[in-house]
Design a protein around this ligand. Structure first.
Ligand code: CAA
Length: 300
């Protein structure tokens, strides 16, 4: 009897705790009006909300482990990102963590006993790149530790805003490995070879200000301006107010700059630019300018 009670109580207690945790964190993350209307799916390791028109906010929520990126967390993140990418009412996303940690990296405790055959055959970390395949723009709002996979996660986003507390780094060298979630490649694109070599080979962390000086983050949001999440939501709301076809085309061509030669990239940009003349939003945007009025986008 006691053991069957125990079996019953454990899952109930843990899911109730997760709901309570989610509720508490949502109270801080979203305004009252949004909370009252919220019908978002409940997850165990992330929170989702809609803090502004057209904007979805995903908050990593594994506070005790500093948002270490265990597989179940990443599965939930991928599920939420895919759902928002397919949801027409969402036009821009924000990804954040807690004040203390955006994410302290891949879950070392989950990884430590894995063997080569398992990680190779299981394509370990390959599913992380789903984030880079979505059409809608995603802004990382980083406070606290963004280390290893946490730094890589921020680098997979389209725009990074940092709070003055943000601490970036690729400390994998300290645990006998190297970055495996794209850090060596994306960091080299973002901050250049010499700095990337220094960061990857010494494992030293770098500050929000260094990240801004090196062009890895758009800017450090000063404390007096409010939270980095609010700044990211405001930026996302501006993006969400534009023609979504143009926004998604803009994201696609900027990303092409990382994958194609300059000549190919320029040709691709011009072709995509030409293709926008087939949209109603191009007609509307240019007519509205000529008629001195605000455009009304139909995203078509
Ligand atoms: N994996 C698993 N657990 C982690 C973790 C991680 N990456 N980072 C932190 N935690 C856990 C700690 O084990 C600790 O758990 P317990 O309370 O159960 O002991 C809890 O989070 C709090 O951490 P600390 O007590 O260490 O907190 P601190 O303030 O003293 O230090 C820190 C913070 C400097 C971030 C430190 O936790 C740390 O160095 N973490 C590891 C950072 C790291 O090496 N990241 C790279 C991981 S490998 C990777 O990401 C590979 C890749 O490319 C994909």
């Amino acid at each position: 009897m006691a053991s069957s009670l125990l079996r019953l109580r454990t899952p109930l207690a843990s899911s109730a705790a997760a709901v309570l945790r989610n509720h508490r964190a949502l109270r801080h993350a979203t305004p009252l009006s949004v909370r009252l209307m919220s019908t978002e799916k409940q997850y165990e390791f992330i929170l989702t909300s809609r803090p502004a028109d057209g904007v979805a906010l995903i908050t990593l929520n594994r506070p005790k482990a500093l948002n270490a990126l265990c597989t179940p967390l990443f599965n939930e993140l991928n599920e939420a990102v895919k759902a928002f990418d397919n949801d027409d009412s969402v036009r821009a996303l924000v990804l954040t963590g807690s004040e203390r940690a955006f994410a302290a990296g891949a879950d070392i405790k989950e990884m430590k006993d894995k063997e080569f055959s398992e990680v190779f055959k299981g394509k370990f970390l390959e599913s992380w790149s789903l984030l880079t395949t979505i059409r809608k723009p995603i802004i990382a709002a980083v406070s606290g530790y963004a280390l290893g996979g946490g730094c890589e996660l921020a680098l997979m986003c389209d725009i990074i805003l940092a709070s003055p507390t943000a601490t970036f780094g690729q400390p994998e060298i300290n645990i006998g490995v190297i970055p495996g979630g794209g850090g060596s490649q994306r960091l080299a694109h973002a901050i250049g070879k010499s700095r990337t070599m220094e960061i990857v080979l010494t494992g030293r962390n770098f500050s929000a200000q260094e990240a801004a000086d090196w062009g890895m983050v758009s800017r450090v949001v000063p404390a007096e301006e409010g939270s980095v999440v609010d700044a990211a939501v405001k930026m996302a709301a501006v993006i969400a107010s534009k023609s979504q076809i143009a926004v998604q085309a803009g994201k696609e061509v900027v990303n092409a700059a990382y994958e194609q030669s300059l000549q190919e990239g320029l040709r691709y940009e011009r072709r995509v630019f030409h293709s926008l003349f087939a949209t109603k939003d191009q007609k509307e945007g240019m007519s509205a300018f000529a008629e001195k009025r605000k455009p009304t986008w139909t995203h078509s």
